[in-house]
Design a protein around this ligand. Structure first.
Ligand SMILES: [Zn+2]
Length: 297
């Protein structure tokens, strides 16, 4: 278990040991924080036939089936895009009978924040009238878009990112020693940070800043630069956000807040189907140039 989630796991394991674990558990945390690992470890514990000291034994029949990915009472539901009603109905049906292994039944719903309203309403019934020994683990990046009725029927646990020194220690175990500005930027998503450090993106922060300065000096064409950055659009907006935050720490100005919300909006709009990423990026960068912040950096 990742060290920053150890305490959450221990707490849930203890509640389970007392037989008080809520049948609907909502784990909320940023992508790259380790929700999957926490859910898997908890599922193993719930399925294990002879758990020891709050941990799955890893040797009973149930544990071996889980390890092999063929436990009949363990269902992991995920979807690339929205989580639709058919998926939820299918999963609810699997929970309907008694457990085949005489233990608990576990359903994990990944990206639960992407459930459609119809899917969420279908799930409500299962949450309201759970079959015996059933646990539903909902994993969500945020609860903003989730139906309040779903949230209120679950025990909600908001996972917190590691403190900077804990994160640096953890990364150190992999011989990774990032600059502290990078740790600050990705501290909320340690797994994403580790992946980023192990496979650095082609485009780095310094390159982006250099190009922006060249654009500002009129030495580049905005359209051409943005075309070149199209596939890295999310990364560029991410770097921009970071740069704006740093600027804001030095000297808070209303224009920085406004630009920051533009980058946030930009990141959100990047995932809209068929969006012209180069154009979207161009609009944000134009606002940054217009604000004259680069001349002062
Ligand atoms: Zn076991």
């Amino acid at each position: 278990m990742y060290p920053w989630l150890e305490q959450d796991y221990q707490q849930l394991a203890a509640i389970h040991q007392q037989g008080r674990l809520h049948h609907g558990l909502l784990l909320v945390g940023h992508q790259g924080l380790g929700k999957h690992e926490l859910a898997k470890e908890l599922a193993r514990l719930l399925l294990c036939q002879q758990p020891q000291q709050g941990k799955a034994c890893r040797i009973c029949k149930s544990c071996l089936l889980e390890e092999a990915g063929s436990h009949p009472d363990y269902h992991w539901l995920e979807s690339e895009n929205q989580v639709g009603i058919d998926l939820i109905r299918g999963a609810s049906n699997k929970l309907a009978g008694t457990a085949q292994m005489s233990g608990h039944k576990v359903l994990v719903i990944d990206n639960a924040h992407r459930m459609t309203d119809a899917a969420a309403n279908a799930l409500l019934k299962t949450l309201e009238e759970p079959t015996a020994k059933t646990h539903i683990l909902l994993l969500a990046d945020s609860i903003d878009a989730m139906l309040p009725t779903i949230i209120s029927r679950c025990h909600k646990l908001v996972l917190t990112p590691p403190a900077q020194d804990l994160l640096e220690n953890w990364l150190g175990q992999y011989q990774l020693q990032p600059e502290s500005r990078i740790v600050r930027l990705y501290g909320h998503a340690p797994l994403a940070l580790k992946a980023l450090l192990e496979t650095p993106p082609e485009l780095n922060f310094t390159q982006v800043l250099e190009e922006l300065k060249a654009l500002d000096a009129g030495q580049r064409s905005l359209a051409k630069v943005c075309d070149g950055w199209e596939k890295d659009a999310a990364q560029v907006l991410n770097w921009l956000q970071h740069w704006l935050l740093e600027r804001c720490q030095q000297k808070p100005e209303p224009v920085i807040f406004s630009l920051y919300s533009q980058t946030l909006e930009g990141v959100k709009n990047l995932s809209v189907n068929g969006v012209n990423k180069s154009l979207l990026l161009g609009r944000v960068i134009q606002s940054v140039l217009k604000a004259g912040l680069l001349k002062r950096s």
